[in-house]
Design a protein around this ligand. Sequence first.
Ligand SMILES: Cc1ncc(COP(=O)(O)O)c(C=O)c1O
Length: 424
Amino acid sequence: MTVTDRAFALELDANDPLARFRDQFVIADPNICYLDGNSLGRLPKKTIEVVNDFLIKEWGAQAVEGWSHWIDEAQRTGDLIGRATLGAAEGQVLACDTTSVNFFQLVGAALAARPGRKTIITDAANFPTDRYILQGLAERFGLNLITIDNESAGGAEYERITPEILQPYLSDDVAFVTFEVIQYRSGARTDIKAITDLARSYGALTIWDASHAVGAIEMDFDANGVDLAVGCTYKYGNSGPGAPAWFYVNKSVQSLLQVPIQGWFAQADQFEMGAIFEKSNSIRGFQIASPSIVGLRSIQCAFGMIEEASIEAIAHKSAQGTAMMIDLYDAWLADLGFTLNTSRNPSERGGHISLIHPEAKRIAVALRQFANVIPDYRAPNSIRLAIAPLPTSYVEVWDGFQRLRDLVSTRQYEKVSVEGSRVT
Ligand SMILES: Cc1ncc(COP(=O)(O)O)c(C=O)c1O
């Protein structure tokens, strides 16, 4: 049996210790191959119950009295995210706000912690919100923003930042470097320990954006000596559109850092309502304001499932599922004008792969319109395809690839227009 036999995928499912989780998600149309869990995860059935219970039994029944037990939920939920997915001991993760706000906060804190240093480093393939926030701050504070070119030919293999690529840009003027753990477009995985250690040898902090990594791979933040990180919960975290994001501040640097938005939740004695700000010496010292309890409940539900499944088993399925995708690419897609834009080495990728095609945009739209396959398109020419280890089966991925092959070989995608949608 080879990968091009559907039985190959069915056998992987039969031996998959995580297969039982698929039934715990809402799968409204079983004919759809949902390969976009790297963008928005599916809805766990239990979340409907948990959120509904919260609305009726807590907000409805308790009204303001509820705050007595809701008040520290951002910390408790952060601990769960840290334990289930990040390899972080308690007291270092907070679930709150958006990835963008959390990134701004940590960037501001890192800058202030390295007074006199004027250089900050990122890469061209980094997610837009991170690059735009850095550009704005660089302009406002007269910083030297270095953007490593890892997009042009010869810049970096699959956009992957390595210590060799970073080294020439480092100096004792660098306050921090910031990269994605997994590149949003190509799916390249960066070696977080090697980069963090290298930056630290120049006295610089490292801020990781783990949005595309959390819930797909093991990161071992504490063991790898990570300083700072942010990420979302709505991709492989399955916590819903706009659910609160998270950030991680290693215990060893917490007392040295002060975020720029110094809100009331960070105050040591919050309800004294005192005249002068005094930062709490727990992770709450980084919290701005009232958390969204509805959002936190859906995180608790979805990350509870991840904890039960174990991030180790999840990472194994990400590696095996993406390996199957790459084998199917070799067998079916390489001759149809596609180029693989993700490493063949499982330790250099996460839960999604990226395929480049000159007609990528039209193909992505046509897959939805004609083939019941949901991928996503990222400018200028790539299609991303993911296996979300809890809700996605191997055969769902296999069927999606077969439909992709058929759609492109029959040139059906030529029938679609790409105008219209603001979201790709
Ligand atoms: C890598 C990365 N960083 C940041 C963001 C932005 O997240 P948010 O809208 O929660 O600020 C995203 C969104 O997809 C992302 O993929």
